[in-house]
Design a protein around this ligand. Structure first.
Ligand SMILES: Nc1nc2c(ncn2[C@@H]2O[C@H](COP(=O)(O)OP(=O)(O)OP(=O)(O)O)[C@@H](O)[C@H]2O)c(=O)[nH]1
Ligand SMILES: [Mg+2]
Length: 251
């Protein structure tokens, strides 16, 4: 695992593991959880971006995750759940000063959560995964500090990373496969008209010099829109992804 994140974990008393509510299981980082448990630190699951999923879906996951650690729903975007999260952090331990490490996949909203918790723009936020590079200590209340961290990934599977928003599509070697999976499914759900990357590229006017569709550009565009939450509201399919794609390529 990333050495810097490891050090932050060792300095933390409580660890908030931020998960994307659309893919809770796929964005878990088991190596971090194992370490946190082994060291007897407090673990809290924070399901962020709940504004992007139906309530029942989030509640199903809360039921499952709560068996392992306290689980809190949050939407940093809509400022939901911040009071409960603050209360949960305080209730974990009486130790002060209290250091709370905020960890998770790139782009799950770690920095955004810190900002809504403290009520000001303390940590940099961006739709590009991998935005936060160093650590940052932010004071939450007297004696309680949050530590922002760079994202950690638990898989080498580029397609999976793209689908969970953990990699900038522009930096991917082969964004076409993930975009194809996404597009064909969203098309089948009736959410998107184009049923192939070719159609999507033509529709958008993404053409190469000879007039051929620019598939890479189309793929990057589809994935960026998905990562921003502009498309991908067909959640039954996402529920399947969370079950189907998980696990095999864990590094
Ligand atoms: N819809 C929605 N978008 C969110 C929410 N929280 C964060 N975002 C968006 O998700 C993107 C990533 O947010 P960040 O806070 O930068 O995520 P991060 O986990 O710190 O990302 P890295 O620093 O790259 O690891 C930004 O475009 C945010 O606006 C949320 O609750 N709902
Ligand atoms: Mg960040």
């Amino acid at each position: 695992m990333n050495r810097r994140v490891m050090r932050i974990l060792s300095e933390s008393d409580v660890v908030l593991e931020v998960l994307d509510a659309r893919f809770p299981d796929l964005t878990r980082i088991r190596s971090i959880e194992d370490y946190v448990r082994k060291k007897g630190k407090g673990l809290v699951f924070v399901l962020n971006k709940v504004d992007l999923v139906p309530k029942e879906y989030a509640e199903d996951w809360k039921r499952i995750l709560s068996k392992e650690a306290p689980t809190v729903f949050v939407s940093a975007k809509n400022r939901w759940g911040t009071r409960i999260l603050r209360r949960t952090i305080r209730s974990m331990t009486d130790k002060r000063p209290l250091y709370v490490g905020v960890v998770g996949y790139p782009n799950v909203g770690k920095s955004s959560i810190i900002n809504v918790l403290v009520g000001r723009h303390a940590a940099g936020v961006s739709p590009r995964p991998g935005f936060t590079r160093g650590e940052q200590l932010v004071r939450l209340a007297r004696g309680i500090y949050l530590i922002d961290t760079p994202g950690v990934v638990d898989t080498k599977d580029e397609t999976l990373l793209l689908l969970v928003g953990g990699l900038d599509p522009g930096k991917a070697k082969n964004p076409e496969l993930a975009a194809h999976i996404l597009l064909t499914n969203l098309h089948a759900m009736g959410e998107i008209e184009a049923g192939s990357l070719e159609d999507y590229a033509r529709e958008k006017g993404f053409l190469l010099k000879g007039g051929e569709p620019d598939l890479r550009r189309a793929a990057v565009d589809v994935l960026r829109r998905f990562q921003r939450g502009e498309i991908g509201g067909s959640y039954e399919w996402m529920r399947e992804v969370d079950g189907l794609l998980k696990g095999d390529d864990v590094a």
